[in-house]
Design a binder for this molecule. Structure first.
Ligand code: SF4
Length: 366
């Protein structure tokens, strides 16, 4: 497939691997921030081809995984209200809340609809002015611009029966939180290429400088990841805490300026709870005061819901890179994709699901 196959070319991959082996003189631990990168690494066995001392620590960049349980319960509470049409991307429908998931409330009669864009939800709201239409807006900086644009359009067009349940989180504060952890072993980051395609790279030099870690913007295909690792090892070996860009075909330094302007208009930075990690100050977005009337949490008064995670689940440690998924005692036993205990097993981008899908036999038998 054009634009994909050439980034999986085995000859070029071998060449990059040879270069990585040639520049590596000692062990290094680097974190790939995004769950999409984790899946690519595990699926293609990239971690098994690296020099022995190079460890890839799987980071928290899986949007479904870090959406807090109470936010799922808020979605369930809103979706269950009479007169509500609750719209979401499909991957959120299987994520269990404290008791049920959105599929279950749909089967019980709630009007839950899968859409491919938040703008589809806005169209539904225009078509049903007598109903409340809510879109579940989760994820990192990548998905936020479309949600911001939709709320902007709702206000511009006066579609007052539309609202957004917001659970947006930001990568740079998560990197800072990981580096502040006393048990942090991360010496460098492969930053998430799609996040940087929106936000650019200008937030990263200060982080690299403060924590003395190289940060290399990295894509998702095998050659993208190998080039990101190669650049990272070069910086680590040279003792340079700098920012690199191994994904220039998608990431200009300034990012997507119209998208950033839209984000700045619609959202404001706020504290956010990350599932399995806890509250990280100034680590997410909420609707700014100009758009607050479109906030579903306020409209439906569900902000006070609180929940407890399964005591067996160690997803927080997985998301911070403290353990690998198979080191959780429930992995492949009490917890499987058919019966997930934590979001890192539910989401197709979750590290536990990646290990289960691609390494199940070899790891469960350990
Ligand atoms: S294997 Fe399951 S229970 Fe264990 S950390 Fe992953 S999601 Fe949680």
């Amino acid at each position: 497939m054009k634009y994909l196959d050439e980034f999986s070319d085995p000859v070029l991959a071998r060449r990059l691997l040879d270069q990585i082996h040639a520049v590596t003189t000692r062990p290094w631990a680097m974190m790939e921030v995004c769950g999409g990168q984790t899946h690519s690494i595990i699926r293609h066995g990239i971690d098994q081809l690296l020099p022995e001392g190079i460890e890839l620590i799987h980071g928290p960049g899986c949007p479904v995984c870090v959406t807090p349980l109470e936010m799922i319960d808020r979605a369930l509470a809103i979706a269950s209200r009479p007169g509500v049409i609750f719209c979401s991307f499909g991957d959120m429908l299987r994520v269990p809340g404290s008791g049920r998931d959105l599929f279950t409330v749909k089967s019980q009669g709630a009007d839950v609809r899968v859409v491919y864009s938040p703008l589809d939800a806005l169209e539904i709201a225009k078509a049903h002015p007598d109903r409340e239409v809510v879109f579940f807006g989760i994820g990192f900086e990548t998905t936020a611009p479309a949600n911001a644009m939709t709320v902007h359009q709702a206000r511009r067009l006066g579609v007052r029966n539309f609202s957004l349940l917001v659970s947006h989180v930001l990568v740079p504060p998560a990197i800072a939180a990981i580096m502040e952890s006393p048990s942090c072993r991360v010496q460098a980051f492969l930053a998430a290429g799609h996040v940087c395609s929106v936000m650019g790279t200008d937030q990263y030099p200060a982080l690299a400088e403060k924590y003395q870690v190289p940060i290399v913007v990295t894509g998702f295909e095998p050659l993208d990841i190998l080039e990101g690792i190669r650049q990272t090892v070069v910086l680590l070996e040279a003792g340079r805490a700098e920012v690199g860009n191994a994904y220039p075909r998608a990431v200009p330094d300034s990012g997507n300026l119209p998208a950033r302007a839209m984000l700045e208009d619609v959202f404001e930075v706020a504290d956010r709870t990350w599932r399995g990690i806890g509250t990280i100050p100034a680590s997410g977005w909420r609707l700014s005061s100009r758009y607050r009337e479109f906030d579903a949490e306020e409209r439906f008064a569900v902000g006070d819901l609180r929940t407890d995670e399964s005591p067996l689940c160690r997803a927080g440690e997985v998301l911070q890179g403290h353990i690998k998924p198979h080191e959780c005692a429930a992995f492949g036993k009490e917890c499987t994709p058919r019966n997930p205990l934590g979001a890192t097993m539910v989401s197709s981008e979750g590290a536990c699901a990646a290990y289960y899908a691609y390494r199940r036999l070899e790891l469960v038998s350990l």
